[in-house]
Design a protein around this ligand. Structure first.
Ligand code: NAD
Length: 378
């Protein structure tokens, strides 16, 4: 499936034209209420929505859960529309993707979301408009959902939004802490995309641009943002999304989901906590524990390119650069600081690591190796 992308300051002004071109008479808005108001999207969308029927769904919390998706599906069934417009961070965009896909199928939604039933139909056309920079969810063909506390990734080409409208002005008032957490997600996606066993020259091209932009802009975006810096972070997030759309994410994401669902750690921070240690771990990959189908050669090549982007020669130095950035933007680097304190807490993380995402990591990660890595940063 193809996607039309509008990425600029003021990109939101293209929404009216999209509606007109597609003869849209009714719009189903899936929005994070806080983001909708504070980003300025609500006010700026008035001309585009005027004269069109509108249904609104905002009854969901960050990180989509099955019950939230079902509530949204009920609202959709009462008010089906010509187009869906998602406004918010990755949570709102994923929510809109999930409602859209469920609405197009007659099977049990829980089967669709947990992979027991195949995705066979596209949902209604979707415009994804991020208000964080970010997840890059507007550029990916998957959506994350928690069913009974378990994380599932709903993946299909039909999940990719038809339009990505990335307006950096919508991130102008983003609080510093959310800028930091979501920026760390873009950083992690760029780094992980580099070493993923599914990496291609194209995905590494997107990832390398994203990484360069994050390293140059994230700290300023948190402490002293300007419109240019906000735009650069939006580009970084979008490019990192395009990168993982090809390569998928790896071990830091696999470990992060329990940090979010059980310990309440914001998604981007949850991922970044193990990013540096995993870089050092992956760098030591050998023929006996390499998961790349073509062996260690391409993995070493990718990791060397990654080090040169960090302008360092050793993996430990890159780890230190990542850690310095995390500290500089006011975030913790130790698991103990986010509530992971006991051996039982570490066991919980080890036992619930997401095996699907772990398969994309270039180096095998046994339970013992993971426990040792986590204990090291407790
Ligand atoms: P989020 O959407 O959960 O939002 C975090 C907080 O930021 C919320 O409280 C929200 O109200 C607030 N917020 C958002 N925009 C704002 C704005 N402009 N001004 C003020 N407050 C604002 O956070 P996120 O990090 O963007 O998304 C995380 C979710 O995205 C996770 O569920 C994660 O699994 C998912 N994700 C999906 C993909 C994908 O490709 N599908 C990729 C990465 C992450």
């Amino acid at each position: 499936m193809t996607q039309d992308v509008y990425l600029s300051s003021g990109a939101i002004e293209n929404v009216s034209a999209i509606f007109d071109q597609q003869n849209v008479r009714s719009v189903f808005v899936v929005a994070d209420r806080t983001a909708y108001d504070l980003s300025g999207a609500k006010a700026k969308l008035v001309p585009a929505l005027e004269g069109r029927e509108c249904a609104f769904f905002d009854a969901f919390a960050p990180n989509p859960k099955y019950d939230d998706v079902m509530r949204g599906l009920h609202v959709w069934r009462d008010h089906p529309c010509d187009m869906v417009l998602a406004v918010g961070g990755g949570s709102a965009i994923d929510m809109a993707k999930l409602i859209g896909i469920c609405s197009a199928h007659t099977c049990e939604s829980v089967d669709l979301l947990t992979g027991l039933a195949p995705i066979e139909h596209a949902g209604p056309p979707l415009i994804a408009m991020p208000t964080t920079a970010g997840t890059g969810s507007e550029a990916t063909h998957f959506a994350v959902v928690y069913v009974d506390g378990q994380k599932y990734s709903v993946a299909h080409e039909f999940v990719l939004p038809n339009y990505a409208v990335v307006d950096s002005d919508l991130t102008a008032n983003l609080p510093a802490s959310i800028t930091a957490h979501t920026g760390l997600d873009a950083l992690s996606q760029a780094v992980e995309s580099f070493w993923s066993v599914n990496a291609t020259p194209t995905s590494q091209g997107f990832a390398s641009e994203a990484l360069t932009l994050v390293m140059a802009n994230l700290e300023v975006a948190v402490h002293n943002p300007s419109p240019d810096v906000r735009l650069n972070m939006c580009k970084a997030a979008h490019l990192a999304g395009k990168a993982i759309n090809i390569s998928k994410t790896t071990a830091p994401h696999a470990i992060s989901y329990t940090l979010t669902s059980h310990f309440g750690v914001p998604h981007g921070l949850a991922v970044a906590l193990t990013l540096g240690p995993m870089l050092v771990y992956n760098y030591a990959v050998g023929a006996d524990d390499c998961c790349h189908p073509e062996g260690v050669g391409p993995v070493h090549k990718g990791l060397h390119s990654l080090l040169s982007l960090f302008e360092v020669e050793a993996a430990q130095e890159a780890h230190e650069r990542i850690e310095a950035l995390i500290v500089a933007i006011g975030c913790p680097t130790r698991l103990g600081d986010v509530g992971v304190q006991t051996n039982a807490d570490i066991d919980l993380l080890v036992q619930n690591v997401n095996t699907e995402r772990l398969q994309n990591n270039p180096r095998m990660l046994s339970q013992d190796a993971l426990r040792a890595l986590l204990n090291n940063i407790r």
